[in-house]
Ligand binder design. Structure first.
Ligand code: PYC
Length: 412
């Protein structure tokens, strides 16, 4: 990487080559991936890299990374509640650990430790259970008490002054933050290099199904014939699935986030409080990146609200009273496709050739590498990988849910 930088410096002001190219839209592809976020692009990359499948189109209605991939608060972790969830997200953390090398692009993964605070006896019990499930699956998490929390995070208030004093925390050392745009760009670049076509400003308007199997998609730029379509959208996963006649048990809610003005480095762990509805980390630029609960109504709105900023400011000050002078710089929202058990839906559907990688709720970005890799395996081999089996669409009809609400950082 440093050699590349040196070469660029010696090259003077000549522009860097483009990270991905534009191509004419072909009228046929082996695989069409709907959604140019980290999930869709990762799947395209692994299809090409691991299986040599390169006749792939990624269709994005706006620009790549403009949905959830560019709107999340970049937290990566695997401290979930169910063995299925822990194993799945653990593979994602491991893939993230080697992603800068795999993509030859610095994604700035900073494994600084993740603390989920408990403010009630019930929450302490849940953290204990998560710690034990994590440890049994080989994931590094443990329950810690206020003195150690203070050691790990000196500015936090562990006194009994707040309305909800801190009683303990689930400490997950491998948890970290990452440069989310870099993940999107890195996957896009490497997929493009291997021959994948990335089509931005290309919206899917219909899915063609004949005799129970997919035959193509209609887009704002014309029709594409294909026998394999992956719905890797967030926010619009139900509207896309409806086009194929597949109903998903998903409701979409906005989730807001914001950043403060930059501060000198003072917070080098990630702090989450599900009870106070706040999670916060400090970015490399010094900004505090913060989020709260999903908005209390289903909607496709991506606007910020004053109620959110007021709420998050109050909750942050309970944890970090010294921040009372800090100003919020900007706020935004993304869309979360919530399922009944707070786990995603991945795999086949009743329509042959129409696959889904959807229903990510508030967990999507952290799963991008593993879902991309395992969905690519399913597309290439026709077999559902063991890791994906628990998350199949059929689990709702079979009453075999994977309840992950207790692992949410975000209030609901
Ligand atoms: O699950 O860690 C999480 C998370 C943080 C923000 C949204 N989801």
């Amino acid at each position: 990487m440093s050699f590349k930088l040196l070469r660029q410096a010696l090259n003077g002001n000549r522009p860097l080559p483009r990270m991905w190219r534009e191509h004419p839209l072909k009228d046929r592809y082996d695989v069409v991936i709907i959604g140019g976020g980290a999930h869709g692009l990762a799947c395209a990359y692994y299809l090409a890299q691991e299986y040599g499948i390169t006749d792939v189109a990624v269709l994005e209605k706006r620009y790549i990374g403009s949905g959830g991939s560019g709107r999340n608060t970049t937290i990566i972790r695997s401290n979930y509640l169910t063995p299925e969830g822990v194993n799945f997200y653990d593979e994602s953390v491991k893939l993230y650990e080697q992603l800068s090398v795999d993509l030859d692009f610095n994604v700035m993964f900073s494994q600084r430790g993740h603390l989920t605070l408990a403010h009630t006896d019930g929450a302490v019990r849940t953290m204990r259970r998560r710690a034990e499930v994590n440890q049994i699956q080989g994931v590094n998490s443990r329950l810690i008490w206020p003195a150690e929390i203070k050691q790990l995070c000196p500015p936090i208030d562990v006194s009994d002054h707040p309305r909800y004093p801190i009683l303990g925390a689930l400490y997950h050392p491998p948890g970290g933050i990452i440069r989310h745009d870099a993940v999107v760009w890195g996957y896009a670049h490497q997929a493009d290099t291997r021959g994948v076509h990335i089509h931005q400003l290309t919206e899917v308007t219909g899915i063609l199904v004949q005799d129970g199997r997919v035959t193509g998609v209609e887009t704002t730029r014309g029709r594409i014939k294909t026998g394999m379509v992956l719905n890797a959208t967030a926010g619009w996963c139900t509207t896309i699935a409806d086009m194929a006649g597949v109903r998903l048990p998903v409701t979409t809610f906005p989730l807001q986030a914001c950043v403060t003005e930059p501060l000198k480095p003072f917070l080098d762990v990630i702090i989450v409080s599900g009870s106070l509805h706040v999670y916060v980390s400090q970015s490399d630029r010094g900004e505090l990146v913060m989020g709260a609960a999903v908005d209390p109504f289903a909607s496709y709105s991506m606007r910020g609200s004053l109620a959110f900023t007021e709420g998050i400011a109050g909750h942050m000050l309970e944890l970090f009273p010294a921040l009372h002078h800090v100003r919020i710089l900007r706020q935004w929202a993304g869309l979360c496709d919530m399922t009944p058990d707070f786990s995603p839906i991945m795999g086949v559907t009743p329509v042959e050739g129409f696959l889904v990688d959807v229903g990510w709720g508030t967990y999507g970005f952290k799963a991008s590498p593993v879902s991309g890799k395992r969905m690519a395996e399913l597309i290439a081999t026709g077999r559902t990988p063991d890791l994906l089996h628990p998350f199949r669409l059929a689990r709702f009809a079979e009453n075999d849910l994977v309840g992950e609400k207790g692992a949410a950082s975000v209030g609901h």
